[in-house]
Design a protein around this ligand. Structure first.
Ligand code: GYE
Length: 322
């Protein structure tokens, strides 16, 4: 279409107005762009978390640039640098491990891009490097697991030999779930953690490490404490293959409360799962909008959660959303 004088003038006027109101006039109907760096796809929890973030972004009209780090910190750092280069409005990420983030977070700060931590925390001393952290209290989850065990073993003189499947080495949930659990069982010397090793939050590793525990300790094992359901589910297979009855010969405690755990509880193979909600998407999108609107947001937002023993699993199952 030829550009007439009139349409040219209108265009020129619109352009000069935009120049007077930088950002505002242009960004009013421009969707916010969120760069999100996810840990990976290691567990049922993570799959539900990714789904929650993707669908919440869609519902909120936020454009999502999603990157999967396959459980590697270097991939997350690369993704964050790419988001900075693309000048996204907000960066959010779930840090695979706690340490080693200062440099890249300083780069985001220098570029004036707000950063939100979701699910897992960082241990950076300078908390001005991120706006807020939305996620569970992992230490409390460990305590809940410990309290359930103390109660279950009331009247049992012990010793009670525990094997522990830890989450990813250096990750906030592995560090804190261990700490919270130990804090509670330390009150009674009859509880002993006889083996503790990482299963990297996956079923395959959970099974493999449990096989090694069984080979080394056999019938001495009374309790398995797994930092997530997937590792417990892998371990259940190892226990059955060793000719033992999960949840009977070995009491099994895990964390997350995913559907797979409820199925295992209903089948009588898992004793209890402490809830950890992955449904962080809607809260994350709301916070992002608040940040961009210049509202002040709390530095820490804690997810509410419960605990589900096998006795209530069948009744609760239909209500589960992940
Ligand atoms: O418990 C585990 C996942 O960071 C809370 O990561 C999350 C943990 C979750 O792989 O299943």
């Amino acid at each position: 279409m030829p550009c007439t004088r009139r349409s040219f003038n209108t265009l020129a006027a619109a352009a000069s107005l935009a120049a007077l109101l930088p950002g505002r006039a242009l960004s009013a109907d421009k969707p916010l762009v969120l760069g999100f760096s996810q840990v990976g796809a290691e567990s049922e929890w993570r799959t539900a978390n990714t789904e929650s973030i993707k669908s919440a972004a869609k519902d909120a009209g936020i454009t999502l640039k999603f990157s999967d780090a396959q459980q590697k910190q270097e991939n997350q750092i690369k993704a964050i640098r790419a988001f900075i280069a693309q000048k996204v409005d907000v960066i959010a990420f779930s840090p695979v491990v706690e340490s080693g983030w200062e440099t890249v977070l300083r780069e985001a700060k220098a570029a004036k891009i707000p950063v939100v931590l979701t699910d897992r925390a960082v241990n950076a001393k300078d908390d001005s490097l991120y706006v807020t952290f939305i996620g569970s209290d992992f230490t409390e989850e460990g305590r809940k697991a410990g309290r359930w065990l103390v109660d279950k073993m009331k009247g049992n003189a012990g010793p009670i030999n525990i094997v522990e499947l830890q989450g990813t080495v250096g990750s906030a949930p592995a560090i804190d779930r261990k700490k919270g659990f130990e804090e509670i069982i330390a009150a009674d010397p009859k509880f002993k953690i006889i083996r503790s090793q990482t299963g990297d939050f996956t079923r395959a590793k959970g099974k493999e490490v449990m096989e090694a525990f069984l080979k080394a300790e056999g019938k001495k094992i009374n309790v398995l404490y797994a930092h997530n359901d997937d590792m417990a589910i892998g371990a259940i297979q190892a226990i059955e293959e060793a000719g033992m009855k999960p949840a009977q010969d070995i009491t099994i405690i895990s964390i997350d409360g995913v559907k797979g755990a409820f199925e295992a509880m209903i089948a009588g193979k898992l004793n209890v799962s402490v809830e950890c909600s992955p449904l962080l998407g809607p809260q994350l999108m709301a916070i992002i909008k608040d940040i961009k609107a210049g509202k002040s947001v709390p530095k820490r937002i804690v997810t509410e959660e419960g605990i589900f023993p096998m006795e209530v699993a069948a009744k609760e199952f239909p209500k589960r959303k992940y």
